[in-house]
Design a protein around this ligand. Structure first.
Ligand code: ATP
Length: 362
């Protein structure tokens, strides 16, 4: 039987609490669909591991992650655990850089039954995608910024032709897939090309690549106007492709539109590897209380199955990914499963039980 090796980083804070339920729900959907199985390798990394060992991402974990068919990661880092330079432990950023996971896919899809943040009636059917470049941009300065004479600090943004071309091609191809599914497919390059040379370069490469996709509508928007449009007219958006730091900020805004961080999944995809993890961090304020919403983690798991299905042209995995997303939608559709994040009482295991029961009925 076909088997996929999944590298799992349970991480820190609420990461540890949502990983096991996610693996259990993946096992449930996989055995329901049949035709394949997954083997999990639990790997060490993160802030707690750094406290114990002085290392945040051991080479052995990195090597095993690289060799796996896919990487499932919850969240890593704790505010009080820092490197000597004051920055937080963030192996997830190192993994993205090391494996060249340039396309950070952050779907902003309203789950039926979750009250939207906006009053606009159309925001009930939001379905757009942010593609955050995840290996360069301002984050290229991670660990490299400088403070000169305690008077001036600098961090440098890097935009390369090679990564930008692959990022835009990925986004334009996603536009084609969404168009075929009848979903909004306009691809918009989000930048600040009116002020920065690096963004003017980013935009010019976007135009070059877009010229090769005549079937897809394309557009440009400045980052400030994008923030406005995400609140005022989010239902008109298709795919927003942008630099790393802008994407980081916009994806939290996107999460806010669909109920909060606990509902926002993501995938960081490269040419050979991919990491699937919720958009949120380790949420130390609620860690250890059983309150974390595992929905974003479950949906990230669903994205992993769909990606495996597409990459290997293997229908059962695609089907399992779709079914898990359907089960999440079904669990919330009645409106009575209200997570603590939205003022209700449903904690991690309540959501797990509801999604698991929904799966049983599909
Ligand atoms: P990072 O910088 O690592 O992305 P962050 O500082 O943006 O992390 P998060 O850890 O994402 O912060 O938390 C932001 C807020 O969202 C916190 O109040 C946290 O409790 C809440 N939150 C995050 N994830 C969840 C979740 N899965 N369920 C419920 N609440 C969450």
């Amino acid at each position: 039987m076909r088997s996929f090796n999944i590298a799992v980083f349970a991480g820190d804070g609420i990461g540890e609490e949502i990983t096991k339920p996610c693996v259990d729900i993946l096992d449930q959907v996989i055995s329901k669909v049949g035709g394949f199985k997954t083997k999990y390798e639990w790997l060490s990394a993160g802030a707690a591991y750094y406290l114990e060992t002085g290392e945040s991402l051991p080479q052995s974990s990195m090597d095993k992650a690289r060799d796996a068919d896919a990487i499932l990661l919850s969240a890593m880092g704790l505010p009080d655990v820092r490197y000597p330079d004051g920055t937080e432990i963030s192996p997830q950023i190192e993994i993205r850089m090391e494996l060249g996971l340039y396309a950070g896919v952050r779907p902003v899809r309203a789950i039926p039954g979750i009250p939207p943040a906006l009053f606009n009636p159309e925001s009930h059917d939001l379905d757009f995608v942010i593609i955050r470049e995840s290996t360069e941009g301002l984050f290229a300065s991670h660990g490299k910024g400088e403070i000169i004479n305690n008077k001036t600090a600098t961090d440098t943004m890097v935009i390369t032709r090679d990564v930008s071309e692959r990022l835009f091609d990925f986004s334009l191809k996603l536009g084609q897939k969404r168009k075929a599914q009848g979903l909004s497919s306009t691809v918009t390059c989000v930048d600040k090309a009116n002020v920065f040379k690096s963004f003017a370069f980013f935009r010019s490469i976007f135009n070059e690549r877009a010229a090769g996709f005549s079937d897809i509508e394309t557009n440009h928007m400045y980052i400030d106007a994008t923030a406005l449009n995400m609140v005022q007219k989010p239902h008109r958006l298709g795919i927003l492709v942008t630099e790393n730091m802008f994407g980081d900020i916009l994806s939290d805004l996107g999460a806010g539109l669909i109920g909060g961080m606990g509902y926002a999944p993501s995938a960081d995809i490269g040419d050979d590897n991919a990491v699937f993890q919720p958009c949120h961090g380790t949420a130390p304020d609620i860690a250890g209380k059983g309150l974390a919403n595992p929905t974003a983690m479950f949906l990230s798991g669903a994205m992993m199955l769909s990606w495996l299905g597409e990459k290997h042209d293997f229908e059962p995995a695609t089907k399992a990914g779709q079914m898990l997303q359907e089960a999440v939608d079904l669990a919330f559709s009645g409106g009575d499963l209200v997570t603590t994040e939205l003022g209700g009482s449903a904690g991690t295991m309540d959501v797990y039980n509801a999604v698991s029961s929904a799966l049983d009925t599909l």
